[in-house]
Design a protein around this ligand. Structure first.
Ligand SMILES: Nc1ncnc2c1ncn2[C@@H]1O[C@H](COP(=O)(O)OP(=O)(O)OP(=O)(O)O)[C@@H](O)[C@H]1O
Ligand SMILES: NC(=O)c1ccc[n+]([C@@H]2O[C@H](COP(=O)(O)O)[C@@H](O)[C@H]2O)c1
Length: 172
């Protein structure tokens, strides 16, 4: 039995993330999805709460033959202890997955196996692109699983991100 760990902000969970989960599912029996920056929400870069992201992930993966756990991971001021923090919050895992250079470096230094994946259709399958389309009334629905679009609808997410983008000064 192998359990993997895939960390991301998932703002929102899009089809690139889904492709990565499909690929990871070939390696592992169970997968922990670490919801990074869990303490952040209501900004243009991180519009959705950890709870809302749990809904997106759970519903998007409900039909997959893979045991998944969504675990919120808050950010820390100290990168040097972040991997221990992750381990303290997550079910045990043997292998981590990320394409984020800092995350890869921190897991390597902790001697935890880390695997990268190819980027799937990265020209459009990027959280920043999805959020820009949400703000500009573009076609964001085609970039996310249908279940994610339903959650965004349920929480009035478009109204929120459009409101925030008018008042948020974090530049993202
Ligand atoms: N299209 C994709 N194909 C493969 N991996 C991806 C893709 N998009 C994101 N990832 C990877 O998934 C992990 C989580 O990504 P993250 O939640 O930051 O999404 P993102 O699309 O990079 O978002 P943002 O633009 O908001 O930074 C990262 O390791 C990232 O590299
Ligand atoms: N010191 C820290 O809190 C620390 C270090 C490395 C990654 N992270 C988090 O891990 C997540 C990585 O996900 P992305 O690949 O989506 O950026 C982010 O939420 C990021 O904030 C946090």
């Amino acid at each position: 039995m192998t359990r993997g760990f895939y960390i991301g902000r998932f703002q929102p969970f899009h089809n690139g993330h889904l492709s990565m989960v499909e690929q990871i599912a070939e390696d592992v029996d169970e997968l922990v999805l670490g919801i990074g920056s869990a303490d952040d929400s209501h900004t243009v870069r991180n519009p959705f709460t950890a709870g809302e992201r749990i809904m997106m992930i759970t519903k998007a993966l409900v039909d997959y033959d893979l045991v998944t756990y969504a675990v919120p991971i808050e950010d820390l001021e100290r990168n040097s202890v972040w991997v221990s923090h992750v381990q303290s919050m997550s079910p045990d895992f043997e292998v981590a997955y990320s394409n984020n250079p800092l995350v890869i470096q921190l897991f390597r230094e902790a001697n935890i196996e880390i695997r990268q994946s190819p980027m799937f259709n990265r020209e459009v399958l990027e959280g920043t692109e999805v959020r820009e389309r949400m703000i500009n009334d573009g076609n964001w629905e085609s970039l996310v699983p249908e279940a994610v679009a339903d959650v965004v609808d349920e929480i009035d997410g478009i109204e929120r991100i459009q409101m925030i983008s008018g008042s948020d000064s974090d530049g993202n």
